[in-house]
Write a protein that binds this ligand. Sequence first.
Ligand code: NAP
Length: 375
Amino acid sequence: MMKSVGFIGWRGMVGSVLLDRMKEEKDFNNIIPIFFSTSQIGSTVPNINSSFINKVLYDAFDISLLQEQDIILTCQGTNYTKKIYDKLRSSGWEGYWIDSSSYLRTRNDSCIVLDPVNYDLIINKINEGFKTFVGGNCTVSLMLLALGGLFNDKLIEWISVATYQAASGAGSKHMFELLKQMNFLSKYIDLDLKNDLSSNILSIDRKVTNLINSDRLPKNNFKVPLVGSLIPWIDKTFSYGISKEEWKGQFETNKILGMDNENLFLIDGICVRISTLRCHSQYFTIKLKHDIHINDIIQIIYNHNKWVKIIPNDSESTISKLNPSVTSGTLDIPIGRIRKLNIGKKYLSAFTVGDQLLWGAAEPIRRMLNILIKQ
Ligand code: NAP
């Protein structure tokens, strides 16, 4: 019998990418989709080709309607999960809960899903009776797909990471805000740019810097300018001097890989928001357990999954194939700048880019839904 799947948060960044992928893969043919909303109850449901779909949006806070679903898939965010999850479970609901938010990732009864990396773990957890499956942090999932071969072969002693994360990673309101900041600047410098031969570049620079720092720049969400700037702190403070985004790197990687406390992969670094719209990039310094030939390293990375793409470490390939603009909207995980560092033979550098809305969020939970409906 087809399972009914309740969708919450389908209008946001992750949710709309998820719906597009599900339409592309014809996933709606295999389920009874029921759409909910936290803000637009009674409005029209998204345009999905399914004869089972509900006619208008249902209330995402109505426990009795949620209880009727075999599976709930939410991309609404932590606040929603915090409000509803425990209430629904304590009402006796035993369905599967799939979530893109971080709220349930630390619980012992949840499994973080990234099936090209931890398919066996996912199946074990289903067989053990786990009912809660959560997508991982975007940079963690993208790192594991890029370096999956090295993790699989237990070749990594530690990784130091620097991230370059897009505005849309913080949600649709933040993406709108970056676009508004860009629009605000361009309105004021349009004329200067038309006359570029006669304009003085330093006076344009001063003008832009003043505009970026003025109170008129839209910045309700980011609090500070992102256009023409960057923000080297993402998410809340986890503990003194460490952001929650940075803390997730080691915790989630080890949970996804099912590592016990004695054999943890050590991962730490700094997470930075930059003014790209979509895709997260990451630079890694990796300490390997042994000195391995660079060609073997490349082969191991390449063999791990079909989405990872090795970019030759030369200028032309790097600038044209290893960047957010060519990666955006694709499932590709390009990885390049792979070389041994001067520091020593066990030290490796690598740079990767990935669409944080696809493999970093929507794709693992879409695939998890398919694993569950086949159960
Ligand atoms: P989002 O774009 O802010 O969407 C969340 C909800 O905000 C929507 O479902 C919608 O709910 C509401 N909303 C309000 N104004 C909206 C507008 N103008 N356009 C669209 N939606 C609007 O959040 P998100 O980035 O999808 O993230 C959802 C969860 O996934 C979060 O927990 C996030 O941490 C996690 N996540 C995000 C990413 C990413 O790259 N963005 C990656 C991995 C994980 P209603 O329709 O009910 O009003």
